[in-house]
Design a protein around this ligand. Structure first.
Ligand code: HEC
Length: 143
């Protein structure tokens, strides 16, 4: 028989799909959900979080330095946030898995103990900051 590599790849793919279909039928396999409690991440830093900074923050937290010593510009924001101690407050800007311990999220929600809210003109609607909370809860991945 003359089976080309391309045909083998398609067969492997079909076999994989069949296994997936079988798993979702028996109802005992864990299903993906959007609760942030496991499974695949539901929020992407690049696609869901960075646009919030672009729209609301980089006027004051631009590429170089920035207020509070914090640049939120695309390309440097992640490295300035995750596991990095806040300049003005105790604790890290982002503690993976723990939004309520993260200075970034606490300022976004106007929490006590971290100075004024961000942005300074008043907190953004919950629906806008929710992706940040979910992203931190899901481990603050560079995704
Ligand atoms: C009008 C200017 C302005 C805007 C817009 C702004 N910030 Fe700030 N930000 C500041 C200033 C000034 C400070 C330093 C004083 C303070 O900590 O409140 C600061 C500090 C911070 C800090 C603390 C940094 C540290 O390590 O101490 C975080 C986190 C922060 N901003 C996040 C944000 C986010 C997220 C946004 C957008 C949703 C935002 N800021 C929008 C001016 C701004």
């Amino acid at each position: 028989m003359n089976i080309r590599p391309g045909a083998i790849r398609i067969l492997v793919l079909l076999a994989g799909l069949a296994v997936l279909a079988a798993c979702s039928d028996n109802g005992t396999e864990p299903q993906l959900d959007d609760s942030g409690g496991g499974g695949e991440p539901t929020v992407s830093f690049a696609a869901d979080v960075q646009p919030i900074f672009d729209a609301n923050c980089i006027g004051c937290h631009g590429a170089v330095g920035g207020n509070g010593g914090l640049s939120l510009a695309a390309g440097s924001s992640y490295d300035n946030l995750v596991g990095v101690p806040a300049q003005g407050y105790s604790g890290d800007r982002v503690v993976p898995g723990d939004p309520d311990a993260s200075v970034l999220y606490r300022k976004l929600t106007g929490a006590q103990g971290v100075g004024g809210p961000m942005p300074p003109t008043g907190t953004l609607p919950p629906a806008t900051v929710d992706p940040v909370r979910i992203w931190i809860t899901e481990g603050a991945l560079e995704n």
